[in-house]
Design a binder for this molecule. Structure first.
Ligand SMILES: [Mg+2]
Length: 385
């Protein structure tokens, strides 16, 4: 059995934890510019129809009495690490999926802690006792259903889908609740008359494949409750990302590069904290008309160096022809491998050797920022003009 843990209104709850005056109030965490969107709204603010990804100005209209705060990612990451640490006390198989979500494989833990429900209750209790935060958990025979279950009774929920009722549950599960079904796929599925995940079973594989590609096969498997993806603490398909909505739409490459450096800095720091290296760097661009593109570059020698990540990002951007103004820029590192794995060094590739030298600089910067905060030290190219 697998448990999915999802913290309730995580950013807002952490702010309320650090400043009890905020408890019970409408609190909205998001960027400060009028173009920003809501990252998290406290449950008090959600009553007014505020939700994540909503533009801040709209949130202000719906809930003018709310307190608006910018996110403090470093603090959230700190708490996130503590949560993951607590979860590791229950099972060695913990897979963090995002800052406030994780899967825990509890197969084999029942001797120590009791049945699945008992373990879930204990996890909730532990997080509450140690961090004064609430979470919602889903327990199910696989990751896919566990995630759906944790979402069913938010906040502070606990939902158990036992193996023998899983198929029945899937039969009536609205198709848009299935991860991966966005607007586009939903339209295709609606045209086929598929409204619930159970409906997928009415179609043969080749038909689904024709309409949806590989994802069609995945859907068919899910409709039979087949999801063999393991809970893996070092999942290679995990990615670390950072993105910024710009203050105004731009096509200024210099400005974009400055954002990329900030993002490379953040991603590098995360990789080093997790003791991982990335093989693939992806640039994400959202245009003023909301059209989104991504471009990736994969290297032979995985990296955790800020400068190397930045150089790769610059390279990708330089190959991209900017014809429309850009609204958002972001970077992601994926294809992760443990930093303990030996990396093949090519003696003739000076870039590689330089990358290694930069890693020493990174380590020094990490130590300083951990001690004095991330604003104390900045790369020279971030301080110009
Ligand atoms: Mg959450």
């Amino acid at each position: 059995m697998i448990i999915h843990i999802d913290m309730d209104a995580f950013y807002a709850s952490v702010e309320q934890l650090d400043n009890p005056d905020l408890k019970g109030k409408c609190l909205i965490i998001g960027g400060t510019s009028y173009r920003s969107v809501v990252s998290t709204a406290s449950y008090e603010a959600r009553k007014y129809g505020v939700h994540s990804a909503m533009p801040i100005y709209q949130a202000k209209q719906r809930c003018p009495q709310a307190i608006f705060l910018p996110p403090r990612m470093e603090r959230y990451k700190e708490i996130s690490n503590q949560i993951m640490f607590l979860l590791n006390g229950f099972s060695p198989l913990v897979e963090p999926v995002s800052i406030d979500e994780a899967y825990v494989d509890i197969t084999g833990c029942s001797k120590l802690f009791g049945g699945p429900e008992k373990i879930a209750v204990e996890i909730k209790k532990k997080i509450k006792a140690c961090l004064q935060l609430s979470c919602s958990v889903g327990i199910a025979p696989n990751k896919f259903l566990a995630k759906i279950a944790s979402d069913l009774n938010k906040p502070d929920g606990l939902t158990l889908i036992m193996p023998h009722i899983a198929l029945e549950f899937i039969e009536s599960l609205p198709i848009q609740k299935v991860p991966g079904v966005g607007q586009e796929r939903n339209r295709i599925l609606a045209r086929m008359g598929i409204r619930t995940l159970g409906d997928v079973k009415n179609y043969p594989l080749d038909m689904l494949f024709k309409k949806l590609g590989k994802y069609g096969k995945r859907l068919l498997e899910l409709s039979y409750c087949i999801d063999n993806s393991p809970v893996s603490p070092l999942s290679p398909n995990k990615s670390i990302s950072s993105e910024h909505t710009l203050f105004e739409d731009t096509s200024d490459v210099r400005l974009l590069n400055r954002y990329l450096l900030i993002q490379a800095e953040e991603i590098g720091r995360d990789l080093r904290r997790l003791n991982m290296r990335a093989k693939t760097i992806t640039l994400k661009i959202k245009h003023a008309d909301f059209e989104q593109v991504t471009r990736s570059l994969t290297v032979d020698c995985p990296t955790k160096s800020t400068v190397t990540i930045y150089k790769l990002a610059q390279k990708i951007l330089s190959r991209y022809k900017i014809i429309k103004k850009i609204r958002l820029v972001g970077l992601a590192a994926s294809n992760l491998v443990s930093a303990d794995l030996p990396v093949q060094m090519d003696l003739f590739k000076t870039e590689q050797r330089q990358g290694r030298k930069w890693e020493k600089v990174d380590r020094a910067i990490d130590v300083i920022t951990r001690k004095y905060g991330k604003d104390i030290i900045k790369r020279a190219s971030l301080t110009e003009d």
